[in-house]
Design a protein around this ligand. Structure first.
Ligand code: 4GX
Length: 248
């Protein structure tokens, strides 16, 4: 997948793209990320990228011209992919959306700053708006990084076999069960015995139960979309009864 990012601050993204799993994925050619500085496409001698909002109000608005020209200069006529503006007005990014994006050949991400982008630029070069959550960032760069990160880990080969937890599909849609590593005892706190038992069926059941329990306690709405087998349903029944027994 090739991801083109249009931003006034490409240096904000570079460190994240050079490290760890993303750094390796790019080095191995599994994803390509190209950063374009919108300022390189300005035409005035001050290289200005923003201006005052028509109608008044606080802050600045990013001008249409450099953005439209940056896209025109760098998206091939046959661009195959989605052109996305990161914005709190957009559709909220979920794992389902991430899965859809991961199927694309290419992505173009526009990062806005200040009070946003001249609507005419969005009308000309953007297919959709995407929000990484209901809060306000100083700019779209962190949003773009979140999209790149979440999409990349779904691309075959990006996660090594060590990282691509096979259990993830098993409990997907549920909150993750707790993990432990050495030592077996830390500050008097022991690792649950079952994880040391070597009984893989029992361990899988224990993890599934913990995932169900955590999800029930913290995010019960997620359980509506979970397929449950007989053992799951029995465990959930016991959970609910235990909870009712604790009710005042
Ligand atoms: N998920 N921001 C966009 C500029 C802006 C301001 C107003 C449109 C209207 C964000 C988010 C986000 C901050 C990026 C404001 N654009 N991006 N920027 N939440 O908060 O992606």
């Amino acid at each position: 997948m090739k991801i083109k990012v249009f931003t006034l601050f490409p240096e904000m993204l570079r460190p994240m793209l050079s490290q760890s799993i993303l750094g390796r994925a790019i080095k191995n050619g599994l994803i390509e990320v190209e950063l374009y500085n919108i300022r390189d496409y300005t035409q005035d001698r001050h290289r200005s990228t923003d201006d005052y909002p028509f109608g008044g109000g606080a802050g600045m608005v990013m001008s249409a011209q450099p953005i439209v020209d940056a896209f025109a200069a760098n998206l091939p006529a046959d661009f195959h992919g989605r052109r996305i503006y990161l914005s709190p007005r957009g559709q909220t990014l979920t794992q389902r959306v991430v899965e859809e994006l991961a199927k694309e050949e290419d992505l173009a991400l526009l990062c806005g700053h200040y009070e946003g982008v001249d609507q005419r630029a969005l009308d000309q070069v953007i297919d959709e708006e995407l929000s990484i959550g209901d809060y306000v960032l100083t700019g779209g760069e962190l949003g773009a990084l979140v999209v790149i990160d979440a999409v990349s880990r779904l691309i075959p080969g990006v996660l090594g076999s060590e990282e691509s937890s096979e259990d993830e599909s098993f409990s997907s849609g549920l909150l993750e069960y707790p993990q432990y590593t050495r030592p077996r005892e830390y500050r008097g706190l022991a690792v649950p015995d079952i994880l040391l038992s070597g009984d893989h069926a029992k361990i899988a059941r224990w993890r599934r139960d913990r995932a169900l329990e955590l999800t029930y306690e913290r995010r019960p709405e997620l359980l509506e979309n979970i397929e449950m087998d007989k053992k799951d349903r029995l465990f959930m029944k016991a959970l609910r009864e235990k909870r009712e027994g604790e009710m005042p």
